[in-house]
Design a protein around this ligand. Structure first.
Ligand code: SF4
Length: 76
């Protein structure tokens, strides 16, 4: 399973994550911050769990691209 987290509050809206991982991230037209698709929010952390085999590489690329380091991925 792949687990991806986004600390959405600290997003600066640069759009990099949605450019490199458009299957998992999009931008919110209302507040300009990133949305981690299919995620559940708890105490500011938005978490997505998936068995999608492409998720780890694509979301890791998004994590590396994020200038404020608020995206994290792990495989369990
Ligand atoms: S790369 Fe980081 S700062 Fe930029 S939009 Fe995505 S989550 Fe926000």
């Amino acid at each position: 399973m792949v687990i991806v987290t986004l600390q959405r509050e600290d997003c600066i809206g640069c759009n990099y994550c949605s450019e490199v991982a458009p299957n998992y991230f999009s931008m919110d037209d209302d507040d300009g911050k990133s949305i981690l698709m299919e995620s559940v929010e708890k105490r500011g952390f938005h978490t997505m769990k998936t068995h999608d085999p492409d998720a780890f590489d694509e979301c890791s690329y998004a994590a590396e691209s994020c200038p404020v380091n608020i995206i994290h991925t792990k495989q369990v």
